[in-house]
Design a protein around this ligand. Structure first.
Ligand SMILES: [Zn+2]
Ligand SMILES: [Zn+2]
Ligand SMILES: [Zn+2]
Length: 386
C-alpha cells in the first residue's frame, strides 16, 4: 500500500523511506520495508522529486501517467525525455539531447544468401592497469522447428555483435535433427539457407571462442577475467537452442533486468522495449537477428550508462552503520536497526547490497545475484568505471 498518497490524518510522527517515500507508523515496519525493497542505485529515479521507482514503467507512471504527481508531471512535460525519462535544465538542452536519444533503426541483414562470417577474433585485453572491464557481446538466434509437430526449438541462424554494433559472427546453422517447420513467416528461413549451413557443433565452438576471449574456464567461472559479457533478451532460449551454457555472472539479460520489467516483474518483449526506450519499431514481419542484437546492445548500454551514484562505502556514515556493514542485514537486531534514521537505513540497505558482491567479486559480476533475487543489480554498478 502506498500510504504516501493516503496519509492518515491522526498520525503525528511517521517514518519515511528515504528512497521511495513510503511512510510507516512504526519504525519496525520501515525496517522490514528496507529489508525487502532492495532500493539501490540501479532503480530509476524521478528527475524532479528523486523518488526511487521499481522500474522505468513505474517511473513513467509517476512522471506522466494518470496518477502522476502534479509537480513532477508538469516539469516532466516541459523538460523530460519520453524515452530515457531524464529531465533537462532547459528546453534547448532537451532538444539537443533528443537527437542522441532517439536512435535510427539499424539496417537489417535480411536473408540474402549471406555466407557465415566472422571477424578476425583478435583477443582483446583492456585490463592493463585499468579496473577489470568486461566488453559486451550481444547475441540473438532465430529458431526453426523440429520434432513431429515442429514445436522443438532448433537454432537456424545466429548473430553476434560487439559494442559498436559491428557483426562479430553470423551463420546459418545446420541443426542436428531434421527440421519439420522452417517457420518461414517469422524466420525468413527455408531449406536452401540451412542445406550447406555450419554444423551446430562448429557454431558452438566459434561462439565460445568469442565469449571466452582466450580466458581459462577456471578464471571465467570465478571473476570472468577477460571473458565477454553476453547480452541478450531471454538468453536462456538462445543458449538452449545452441545447447550451450555460459556463467550467470557474465550474462546481462534485458528480459530479466528489473528496471526494464513490468512493475509485477513480468518481462516486456524486445519489440516493446525497443519502441519505448529507443523509439523505433523492430520485428515488423520477418525477425532479423542483427536488428534484435542491436536493440539489446543499445538497451544494455543505455542502462549501463545510467547515472549510478559514486561509491560511498564507509564514507560519511555514522559509526553504528559501519558496524553493521560486516553483517548481513537480516542478522541485525531489530531494535538496533530501529535506532537508525530512515536515511541511515537507506544507506545501509544499499551498502549491504553492494558488499555482498564486492567482497568476492568485481562490481561487474553482480549479475550473480541478479538472475536470482535482485536483477536490479544485473547491469552492474560499473558504469562510472568504464
Ligand atoms: Zn522504500
Ligand atoms: Zn517525482
Ligand atoms: Zn532521452
Amino acid at each position: 500500500m502506498d500510504s504516501e498518497t493516503n496519509p492518515p490524518k491522526s498520525v503525528k510522527t511517521r517514518h519515511k523511506c528515504s528512497a521511495c517515500y513510503k511512510q510507516y507508523n512504526k519504525k519496525e515496519h520501515l525496517v522490514e520495508h528496507m529489508k525487502v525493497s532492495y532500493h539501490s542505485v540501479h532503480q530509476p529515479k524521478c528527475g524532479v522529486c528523486k523518488k526511487h521507482c521499481r522500474s522505468f514503467e513505474s517511473l513513467r507512471e509517476h512522471s506522466k501517467g494518470l496518477l502522476a504527481k502534479d509537480n513532477c508531471s508538469r516539469i516532466f512535460h516541459e523538460l523530460g525525455c519520453g524515452l530515457c525519462m531524464k529531465i533537462f535544465d532547459s528546453c534547448i538542452l532537451l532538444s539537443e539531447h533528443k537527437w542522441t536519444c532517439q536512435l535510427p533503426p539499424p539496417t537489417r541483414l535480411g536473408t540474402i544468401s549471406l555466407p557465415s562470417m566472422e571477424l578476425k577474433n583478435s583477443i582483446s585485453d583492456r585490463s592493463n592497469g585499468v579496473p577489470k572491464i568486461h566488453e559486451a557481446v550481444a547475441m540473438d538466434c532465430e529458431m526453426v522447428g523440429g520434432g513431429s509437430d515442429g514445436t522443438l526449438n532448433l537454432c537456424g541462424r545466429v548473430c553476434l555483435i560487439d559494442e559498436n554494433e559491428d557483426i562479430i559472427f553470423h551463420a546459418y546453422v545446420k541443426p542436428q535433427m531434421p527440421v519439420t517447420d522452417y517457420r518461414s513467416d517469422l524466420t525468413g528461413l527455408s531449406e536452401e539457407h540451412l542445406r550447406d549451413a555450419m554444423p551446430l557443433k562448429e557454431v558452438q565452438e566459434k561462439i565460445l571462442e568469442i565469449l571466452y576471449n582466450g580466458e581459462s574456464i577456471g578464471i571465467v567461472r570465478v571473476d570472468g577475467g577477460k571473458a565477454k559479457l553476453l547480452v541478450g533478451h531471454s538468453l536462456e532460449h538462445d543458449l538452449d537452442c545452441l545447447n550451450m551454457t555460459y556463467p550467470d555472472h557474465l550474462i546481462r539479460d534485458t528480459a530479466k533486468y528489473h528496471p526494464l520489467m513490468k512493475t509485477n516483474l513480468v518481462s516486456h518483449s524486445l519489440k516493446y522495449l525497443t519502441k519505448m526506450y529507443l523509439g523505433y519499431d523492430i520485428q515488423m514481419g520477418i525477425h532479423d537477428p542483427y536488428e534484435d542484437c542491436v536493440s539489446v546492445m543499445r538497451l544494455y548500454k543505455r542502462m549501463r550508462d545510467q547515472d549510478h551514484l559514486k561509491d560511498f562505502v564507509g564514507s560519511c556514515l555514522p559509526s553504528q552503520v559501519t558496524e553493521f556493514i560486516t553483517n548481513e542485514f537480516d542478522c541485525c537486531k531489530m531494535k538496533d536497526l530501529e535506532k537508525l534514521t530512515p536515511d541511515e537505513l537507506f544507506e545501509m540497505s544499499r551498502i549491504n547490497r553492494k558488499l555482498e558482491t564486492t567482497d568476492d567479486y568485481d562490481d561487474d559480476v553482480m549479475a550473480l545475484e541478479g538472475a536470482t533475487r535482485n536483477s536490479s543489480c544485473a547491469f552492474t554498478l560499473s558504469s562510472k568505471h568504464r
